[in-house]
Design a protein around this ligand. Structure first.
Ligand code: GTP
Ligand code: MG
Length: 195
């Protein structure tokens, strides 16, 4: 997939700021610091269009990117970061609910999981939450460059089983560092965007 155009449209804190343009959307979801923003950058081959950081909590709003004039990537703040106040947690919950429960043009969500670890309870909750809205979920097992080749299959199986993934949902081994998995992620996204 060749990306000719990629630009940020808006960083939205609430739904009245969402873009009105009815382009289909792919949203990200996942723990803080797992690599959601890095996934977007790798997919569109831009180094830091979606801002990343080695510290958790970098993305704080819903960030809408328009890609090739044909769809939106929606980057979201992560969950599961301990140093977050009750008030901020509630704000996060409202932001997620407003988006995932109501956004008509949302076609699928890329749930990003750290391939080195067993999915957390929050990861399982997020998967179930997305399925509750009957949304297709592509599970992106990222940071694959950080595990030994011999460990991969075991980790992928652990992710699939822990999330209790539905048969229709696909698990994509991925690395934003090396670009592995990019082709499969594009094929899958295009299927949802065009379907
Ligand atoms: P929040 O916005 O805080 O929720 O985080 P995020 O999920 O957007 O994570 P981000 O993309 O900012 O990446 C967090 C850190 O992980 C950065 O230091 C990235 O360079 C690193 N990282 C992300 N993906 C990969 C990967 O596939 N491999 C390696 N080695 N590092 C990665
Ligand atoms: Mg981010």
């Amino acid at each position: 997939m060749k990306v000719n155009q990629a630009e940020i449209i808006i960083s939205a804190a609430s739904k009245k700021q969402y873009p009105k343009e009815p382009l289909p959307e792919i949203a990200l979801a996942g723990r803080s610091n797992v690599g959601k923003s890095s996934f977007i950058n790798r997919m569109i081959q831009r180094k830091n269009l979606a801002r990343t950081s080695s510290k958790p909590g970098k993305t704080q709003t819903l960030n809408f990117y328009r890609i090739n004039e044909s769809f939106h990537f929606v980057d979201v703040p992560g969950y599961g970061y301990a140093k977050v106040s009750k008030k901020e947690r509630a704000k996060w919950g409202k932001m997620m609910e407003e988006y995932f429960a109501e956004r008509e043009q949302l076609r699928a969500t890329a749930l990003v999981i750290d391939s080195r670890h067993k999915p957390t309870e929050d990861d399982c909750l997020m998967y179930d939450y997305l399925k509750h809205f009957e949304l297709p979920v592509m599970v992106i097992a990222t940071k694959l460059d950080k595990i030994k080749k011999g460990q991969r299959n075991k980790q992928l199986k652990l992710i699939n089983e822990t999330l209790e993934m539905e048969d229709d949902d696909i698990l994509i081994p991925f690395s934003s560092e090396t670009g592995e998995g990019k082709e499969l992620a594009w094929t899958t996204m295009l299927k949802y965007l065009n379907g």
